[in-house]
Design a protein around this ligand. Structure first.
Ligand code: XMP
Length: 315
């Protein structure tokens, strides 16, 4: 049986022996990176700098929440708003793999800069057991090159510290609860963020639209689940398509984008079944999205495809 108290005590001891100098971690806000941040901060205090990078493709309030959490827990941190840099790098880029590659590289570049500023000697990563057990050339990687913001290459000339290396997800959550971390048990979120939920060029405006749409989908699904009219799917979000169609506002012709709502049931993301959502919930989502973004979006559709043949994300 995994005992978080024993694990934490031993890990803190080990980290103190391993680290003697400036240390950096990219705290994306995912469970693993948060738990690793808190654990290492408990071990070495302000020797650690936790950097949160806003790529411009984070969910609504996500960066603010992560920063607030680090403030509340007295963690030495830095917030880097790199959104413009990411929008610039993605100008004119439509191809999904190209987007993923550019975002991954840009992230490393931003992070490297921060490491250099403080002269960091150690790099902490929230790697957990499945990350390295599965990294033997997965089949899925030929479908999409998955990328984890925070998963940085070792070539950065810093010594790698991976305190969660032997843990599985449920153990990381247990440890997090023991450490007093208040993270919302959020659904899985892809490393490249909202950029792969924008079909076509991921501009700042598109990011704004899909961010609002995703927030509405999350809110309405969570409300529906609280009211007991549906179960919360494994993952649920919105996708901004480049399809423009004709609509009508009052008696004026409109010409706007189509947003797709996606919700799936899955165990591990490898296969998935689309969720059967009550129409009253979909109705509210459709009305809210088209009302909130009247001049931009005039059509909302629901994705009824399983994985396979589709993937969960559209890119
Ligand atoms: P797909 O779209 O391949 O996604 O069916 C399966 C699960 O993985 C998530 N996903 C990612 N996660 N980095 C990640 O950490 C990525 O690049 C990435 N792409 C997709 C997706 O949200 C789903 O939960």
């Amino acid at each position: 049986m995994f005992d978080p108290e024993t694990f934490a005590n031993e890990a803190i001891e080990q980290i103190r022996q391993q680290i003697d100098g400036k240390t950096i971690i990219a705290c994306s806000g995912g469970v693993d990176s948060i738990v690793a941040t808190v654990l290492v901060s408990m071990a070495i205090g302000d020797q650690l700098l936790a950097v949160h990078v806003d790529t411009g493709f984070m969910r609504k309030n996500e960066s603010a929440d992560v920063v607030k959490m680090m403030e509340n827990m007295d963690i030495n941190h830095k917030f880097v708003d790199a959104s413009q840099e990411f929008y610039d790098a993605l100008k004119g880029v439509e191809e999904p793999e190209a987007k993923r590659k550019i975002i991954g590289e840009r992230f490393i570049r931003v992070f490297e800069r921060e490491a250099k500023i403080i002269g960091s000697k150690f790099l902490v990563q929230g790697t957990i057991a499945p990350d390295w057990i599965e990294s033997g050339g997965e089949l899925r990687d030929t479908i999409k090159s998955h990328h984890n913001v925070g998963a940085l290459p070792e070539k950065m000339d810093m010594k790698l510290v991976e305190p969660l290396r032997d843990l599985y997800k449920d153990e990381v959550r247990k440890l997090g609860r023991y450490l007093g971390i208040e993270f919302a048990e959020r659904q899985p979120f892809p490393g490249p963020g909202l950029a792969i939920r924008i079909i076509g060029e991921p501009t700042e405006e598109a990011a704004h639209i899909v961010r609002e749409a995703c927030a509405i989908v999350e809110e309405e699904f969570e409300k529906g689940a609280e009211e007991g009219i549906m179960e919360l799917p494994w993952q649920y979000f919105a996708v901004l398509t480049p399809i423009k169609t004709v609509g009508v506002h009052g008696d004026v012709r409109a010409y706007g984008y189509t947003v797709a709502v996606r919700a799936v049931q899955s165990l591990d993301g490898m296969t998935a079944a689309y969720s059967k959502i009550p129409h009253e919930v979909l109705d509210k989502i459709s009305i809210r999205i088209t009302n909130t973004m009247k001049d931009k979006v005039n059509r909302v559709v629901y994705d009824i495809t399983n994985k396979p043949p589709a993937t969960i994300e559209w890119e």
